[in-house]
Design a protein around this ligand. Structure first.
Ligand code: ATP
Ligand code: MG
Length: 566
């Protein structure tokens, strides 16, 4: 089935027997069987960069499940790795999540606050004979680990006594050893077919300051050990992560079981969201920012949540997008055009439709009285009467868009050309009687005459015209900068060049510095959104927009080549 619009989707969903995704089916089963009596999820980003559209999927999934099951949603920074983390990302991440509408209430946690519990958990494993301090070098550990086809070999330090391990681990904590000199390893099975189970490292020595705990610790837990403990401490029931952790699940289960947590959490994996024609890799984005090719991490051509927001996407459109993507176990990628479809659907009946001329040419209406100004009543959005109407001024001099005039039109060009008559939207019929060019051959001025009988809404039926074009009063229009965007890379042409660099689209940004907008934008604030008729949806740039120098980003054009899959 092909959905026409958002309402239809919602309606169809309401009328369909509820179809549940595989995660909901697992949760339902857990609740029925009594494994859990409630649902608690979490979103656990590492504060080492900006969140992108893929994270949005994870956030909305986790938050959505908590809501649906009347459960709890934890916001947790997984900040156990002191090398990469930066405080600045903590606030940008929280801002993005809040904007998306996921509410963690008072449930904001930092994994680094559990370092003490994690240390005690490691001691417990040692006491149970399930962990040991190993002196092998990193290279030796790799060698001993074996391969996918060969089992690993036991470390010569594997059979140290509990007492010796406790002493050595305490020494590790007390800073007696250099980085890499000793590690703590889980004692599981060096011949396991799953390499993650071959005595994985769970603690390492790292003499590094941490953004939260400073120099208090010189040993840090590894992700596969820390993450299940964080979930268990917080009482998370369903720990949802992406597919690459599937092979780590036996270790996750081993950790929570050996540590004897009552009601241990369950890990569930789903496929990451991949998008075509965008760039999500942190390394690439960093390069683009450093090379000045994009205007920061929130450049509207990127798909960080901050960038999508700045471009003009709404939380509702992102929610619709991730719902359409669905939750699955198989990897696939979704085109950017689907996200564009969602924002059109969200804005089309919500936002006023104004007239804006992006690339202006002046039109002089020779027979219109010099001093006269008429104010036309114009409905703001024909699909949404509640949005009311506004007054649009008209006078002898107006601007129209350059592409709405041609000296020598091809067949089927119904817009303005010498001798042709068109309707000025919401105003009169005008006929082109003359035009002027500059020394370079560019048309700089068009002369028309108007027919006062043809005023819009007057019921005129004398004759018809085939073209209707938009316009802005030259005397009243507000000058603005307009930014148009295309995909930053085109995957069909190859995302990467032979040398591994990005194959960038040189036309990804077009700046139009002399656009004119009808004057009904006095009260516009950064982030306000509109349709500019025939041009698309636009958003007042959240960083650069001012009343004195308005800047609008095109979110998306009106045309779409995208149709929803059946
Ligand atoms: P890194 O490479 O730094 O680990 P990351 O994108 O995995 O980057 P995390 O902070 O670890 O960043 O991610 C937080 C959460 O977001 C994790 O639960 C992860 O599974 C989820 N996530 C990350 N990328 C995607 C994606 N493309 N689609 C869906 N979920 C994602
Ligand atoms: Mg990660």
């Amino acid at each position: 089935m092909i959905y026409k619009d958002m309402e239809e989707i919602m309606e169809t969903e309401n009328n369909m027997p509820e179809s549940k995704n595989f995660i909901e089916q697992i949760i339902d089963k857990d609740l029925v069987e009594g494994r859990f009596d409630h649902v608690q999820t979490r979103f656990p980003p590492e504060p080492n960069g900006y969140l992108h559209i893929g994270h949005a999927k994870s956030i909305l999934l986790n938050y959505g499940l908590a809501q649906k099951y009347n459960g709890k949603f934890n916001m947790r920074f997984d900040d156990t790795n002191p090398i990469k983390e930066k405080e600045e990302f903590v606030s940008s991440i929280l801002e993005d999540i809040r904007w998306l509408g996921a509410d963690w209430e008072d449930r904001l946690f930092f994994a680094s606050n559990y370092f003490e519990e994690m240390y005690e958990a490691a001691v417990k494993l040692i006491q149970k004979g399930k962990a040991y301090v190993c002196d092998l070098s990193p290279e030796e550990i790799r060698e001993y680990r074996g391969t996918l086809t060969e089992p690993g070999k036991n470390s010569p330090y594997r059979d140290r006594s509990v007492e010796e391990n406790l002493k050595l681990f305490e020494n590790m904590k007390n800073g007696i050893y250099q980085d890499g000199e000793k590690v703590l390893r889980a004692k599981i099975d060096m011949s396991s077919p799953n390499i993650n189970m071959r005595d994985p490292i769970i603690y390492r020595v790292a003499h590094m300051s941490h953004h939260n705990t400073g120099d208090q610790w010189c040993i840090y837990p590894m992700y596969d050990f820390a993450h299940p403990i964080e979930d268990a401490i917080e009482g998370v029931t369903h720990s949802i992560c992406t597919l690459e952790f599937e092979d780590h699940r036996p270790l996750y289960d081993w950790v929570v079981n050996e540590l004897e947590y009552p009601n241990p959490p369950r890990q569930i994996e789903f496929a990451k969201l991949y998008m075509t024609n965008v760039i999500t890799g942190k390394r690439y984005i960093k390069q683009l920012v450093e090379d000045g090719i994009v205007d920061g991490w929130d450049d509207p051509r990127l798909v960080s949540i901050a960038a999508l927001r700045r471009r003009g996407f709404t939380p509702e459109s992102i929610k619709m997008f991730v719902e359409l993507c669905g939750i699955s176990k198989s990897q696939s990628s979704v085109d950017y055009a689907m996200l564009e479809y969602c924002i059109r659907e969200d804005l089309k009946a919500k936002k006023p439709r104004l007239m804006a001329v992006l690339d202006p040419i002046k039109v002089i209406i020779d027979n219109y009285p010099e001093e006269q100004v008429e104010w036309f009543d114009v409905v703001n959005n024909v699909e949404c009467p509640q949005l009311g109407s506004r007054k649009v001024p008209f006078c002898r001099e107006i601007y129209i868009d350059r592409e709405d005039f041609m000296e020598e039109p091809p067949k089927k060009y119904f817009r303005l050309f010498p001798g042709n008559e068109v309707r000025l939207m919401n105003a009169y019929f005008v006929k082109c009687v003359d035009y002027k060019k500059d020394e370079n051959g560019n048309v700089v001025e068009i002369h028309c005459t108007y027919d006062p009988e043809t005023r819009s809404g007057s019921g005129f039926t004398g004759r018809k015209v085939k073209g209707t074009i938009h316009w802005v009063s030259a005397r009243h229009g507000v000058k603005a900068q307009i930014r148009l965007y295309e995909n930053i890379v085109d995957e069909e042409k190859g995302k990467l060049n032979e040398d591994g660099s990005l194959n960038l689209n040189p036309n990804s940004l077009t700046v139009l510095p002399n656009a004119y907008i009808e004057p009904n934008i006095e009260n516009v604030e950064p982030e306000d959104k509109f349709q500019f008729v025939r041009q698309g949806y636009f958003c007042a740039d959240m960083r650069d927009y001012t009343k004195e120098a308005p800047v609008f980003n095109r979110i998306v054009s009106l045309k779409s080549s995208f149709t929803l899959p059946k």
